[in-house]
Design a binder for this molecule. Sequence first.
Ligand code: ATP
Length: 310
Amino acid sequence: MLAIETEHLTKRYSGRTVVDDVALRVPMRCVYGFLGPNGAGKTTTMRLLLGLLRADAGTIRLVGRDLAHRRRDALAQVGAFVESASLYDHLTGYANLDTTRRLLNLPQGEIDRVLEIVGMRDAARARAGTYSLGMKQRLALARALLGAPKLLLLDEPTNGLDPDGIRAMRLLIRALPEQIGGTVFVSSHLLNEVEHIADHAGMMRDGRLVVQDEVRMLLGGSATVAMTINEAEAGAALLRARSMDAAALDDQTIRLRCQDGALIQQTAMANRILVEADFMVSAIVPHARTLEDVYHDTLTSATSDYRRPA
Ligand SMILES: Nc1ncnc2c1ncn2[C@@H]1O[C@H](COP(=O)(O)OP(=O)(O)OP(=O)(O)O)[C@@H](O)[C@H]1O
């Protein structure tokens, strides 16, 4: 069973398709990072998943329940914070959670359970108006955890936080799949963040899901090295003539893309070719592939489609 499964999910505004035939495959018990530039359709997709918008086509299953046919049951599996945390400043953290607890008709003990998860048992006695933004976000997360949902949808959870707040939120999110026995679906435009916290990632562009895979698979594949050389254009041209994947990044730097597992051998070969042709190579620095590379390779190319069959 998947935490989120969509088929042909489509949403149009005034004839313009902003979510286009999206097939999300989000496994259970993981952190899934949902990436894409502004306007790519992430928020619209999340609103569709939460039943806040009606799709023009396609289906949504949340933790095995079809959203159209078993709406209550499906949404009962989901906790979310989609807009930035809205709390009653004049109430304590505890009382804020208590209002939601009563609405959901949950036992009192639920509040202590969720406060424990977000590490705010003591702070919950203070009024929410005195909290830092990081604490407000954690309290909002605690509220989303009320009722023990198996799926959490978080929209830009570190937005506006300082470095300490970002770190605390990241650690918290990383530990959540284990603690809730479920999945955390996080939208973000911070590639570095998703690389640190997510096991799976999906990338949207112009309403389409153009990448979806395990993060370790996305980061695998070709590795690159940066070679510092006296004449990068000519050096890169020579390497390309010898069937190597090389490009001049600037006057003095060649980027050499190596096949999986062949980094050392291909780098040594490129170095020998250049030196034998009287180029001066002064540094060779391997560069581990990052999600930023995947993002740029994918989102800047009009034709690429990294989707793997599910
Ligand atoms: N209510 C609406 N009416 C018309 N167009 C809309 C509406 N909501 C969103 N859009 C358009 O749909 C597209 C996708 O927007 P969406 O907010 O889903 O993108 P996003 O990936 O979440 O971007 P951001 O990171 O900026 O929030 C955008 O072009 C946006 O202008």
